[in-house]
Design a binder for this molecule. Structure first.
Ligand code: Z5A
Ligand code: MG
Length: 212
């Protein structure tokens, strides 16, 4: 590889932990420091597959649970070639949720194992860094009511948190836990520092494949 590649940086975390807020701030901070950086999100609701997912989340349609799991995964696979291209061109990608949300949310449903849920994700571009924004249910409650979308109930979110804990016990993924209870600026400077370190570290390292 001649050109320095960009880093694949993912933000995960419980509902209302501040993922979207922090992804936006990180992209802005990186761009201001002169580093090429772009925001991506999953689900990416603008594609044909993303529209099916969005309608399901908004409870406008029902989908069988295995089917929706595979659609979330397909939504990542359809964007994987673009992600690889941008990373190779030297652009750092800041991604709001990824495969870990996919596995945590489906495996929190009865009858789904973590192992089964991981299978369609195997081989996707592997994040260089996954920051988990940690926030207690009590602190999350202070940030307002849950929304109207599917999954937005405290009992389901608790089950999801347990699955995230299980997923974080995986040395093949570079997990870093971020205390998301601090004010926006503090969380932001922490995340930016860790991101700058990883951008520097992976420049000449090939991109990996998730769970392979
Ligand atoms: N899902 C799935 O099932 N399978 C998959 O493969 C994937 C996802 C990828 C849609 O997600 C749903 O899809 C999601 C998982 C599932 N279901 N749920 N639940 P989404 O990403 O579209 O969800 P969202 O609506 O954006 O909510 P969120 O991501 O949970 O919120 P957030 O991005 O973490 O937080 P935020 O929007 O940045 O901030 C929330 C509020 O807190 C807001 O008012 C902020 O101003 C405030 N905030 C943020 N930071 C702070 C601090 N530090 N202090 C105080 N207040 C703050
Ligand atoms: Mg969000």
């Amino acid at each position: 590889m001649t050109c320095k590649r960009g880093a694949l940086i993912v933000l995960e975390g419980v509902d209302k932990a501040g993922k979207t807020t922090q992804c936006n701030r990180l992209v802005q901070a990186l761009q201001q420091s002169g580093r090429p950086a772009e925001l991506m999100r999953f689900p990416e609701r603008t594609t044909t597959i993303g529209q099916l997912i969005s309608s399901y989340l908004q409870k406008k349609s029902d989908l069988e649970d295995h089917t929706v799991h595979l659609l979330f995964s397909a939504n990542r696979w359809e964007l994987a070639p673009l992600m690889k291209k941008k990373l190779e061109q030297g652009t750092t990608l800041v991604v709001d949720r990824y495969s870990f949300s996919g596995v945590a949310f489906t495996s929190a449903k009865p009858g789904f194992s973590v192992d089964w849920c991981k299978q369609p994700e195997v081989g996707l571009p592997k994040p260089d860094l996954v920051m988990f924004l940690k926030l207690s249910p009590a602190e999350a409650a202070l940030r307002g009511q849950y929304g109207q979308e599917r999954y937005e109930t405290s009992i389901f979110q608790l089950a999801v948190q347990e699955k995230f804990d299980q997923l974080m016990d995986d040395p093949t993924v570079n997990w870093q836990v971020i205390d998301a209870s601090r004010d926006v600026e503090n969380v932001s400077s922490d995340i930016t520092k860790r991101s700058l370190d990883i951008i520097e570290a992976v420049q000449r390292r090939p991109l990996g494949e998730l769970w392979k």
